[in-house]
Design a protein around this ligand. Structure first.
Ligand SMILES: [Zn+2]
Length: 299
């Protein structure tokens, strides 16, 4: 890693520090580790900063391996934002050698531990799946941006609070829809255990087949356990995330009689012309899909 880093930095220096893709854009550059953070950051930054993501749309973010190009890009950034909570296991060594300010956007979020697998006891990284947590992210970003560009501190703060109001609407919508559901059926059954924080927000029980995507095995025992829960609690619908195969969950559907409630988006936004090009699209989509399928308002 250190050799790659050194080589990349050398390349960066010979490129005179200028970013080739930026043209005449001389706004400070904020680099985030993945697309969800980049979109939230854009909402807080408005047009005052240039925000980019290291990983691209659809990338596997848990086990990402940075390229020399990523490192070069990072060396030239003015601020780097990462999620923290162990999401970017590749990130630590990535920023270690760089002289770039860096902020962890999940600071202040109350972590929830992963319950099993080799990640047992470590914090669940998927804090952005909770609108409440992303309100904290927005505040942290506004603070970090104000340090970077003090003249626009008030703009960042105003942007953050407008954005936080939209997040609040999503949370309130989901919580109020779920009230129609008998308490024992209030469960979110998904493929990956990525919904600990969302379920905490709105009072759902979290059930999953496997804990973290990197462990994606879906053993017969894991599938059997999900089937058992769904049957016992008469959970009306189950879900799976867009980035993984839903085949194991279809076994749960077949064996339990629950319906497949739809695809949920978690680890990545879609392309601009896809179903969830922004984080608000993503969390609204998931909230509607979950509420609709569990309450039977959609088929
Ligand atoms: Zn994930």
């Amino acid at each position: 890693m250190s050799l790659v880093l050194a080589a990349a930095l050398a390349l960066g220096l010979t490129a005179c520090g200028g970013s080739t893709s930026a043209g005449n854009d001389d706004r400070p550059v904020v680099l985030t580790t993945f697309t969800v953070l980049a979109d939230v950051a854009k909402n807080v930054a408005g047009d005052k900063l240039r925000v980019e993501s290291i990983t691209k749309v659809g990338a596997e973010i848990h086990g990402y391996e940075p390229t020399p190009g990523d490192i070069r890009k990072a060396a030239q950034a003015d601020l780097i934002l990462d999620n923290g909570l162990n999401l970017e296991v590749w990130f630590q060594q990535f920023v270690e050698g760089l002289d770039v300010p860096h902020a962890v956007v999940s600071e202040g979020v109350e972590p929830m531990p992963i319950a099993e697998d080799s990640y047992k006891g470590k914090p669940n990284p998927h804090a952005w799946m909770s609108p409440s947590n992303v309100q904290i992210y927005a505040d942290n970003m506004a603070k970090a941006f104000a340090k970077l560009d003090p003249a626009n501190a008030a703009v960042f703060e105003a942007n953050a609070s407008a954005y936080k109001a939209k997040l609040q609407e999503v949370k309130d919508y989901l919580a109020s829809e779920l009230k129609a559901l008998p308490v024992q059926q209030r469960a979110l059954v998904s493929c990956e255990g990525a919904f600990s924080y969302l379920t905490r927000d709105v009072g759902l029980k979290e059930v999953y087949i496997w804990a973290v995507n990197a462990e994606q095995q879906a053993t017969p025992q894991q599938i059997a356990r999900a089937i058992e829960y769904v049957k016992e609690h008469k959970v009306p619908a189950v879900f799976c995330e867009s980035t993984v195969s839903n085949a194991p969950m279809m076994q749960v559907v077949e064996a339990s009689g629950a319906k497949f409630g739809g695809v949920l988006y978690v680890d990545s936004l879609s392309e601009a012309d896809g179903p969830v090009p922004t984080y608000l699209d993503l969390i609204r989509h998931d909230a509607r899909t979950i509420a609709g399928a569990l309450t039977g308002k959609t088929s």
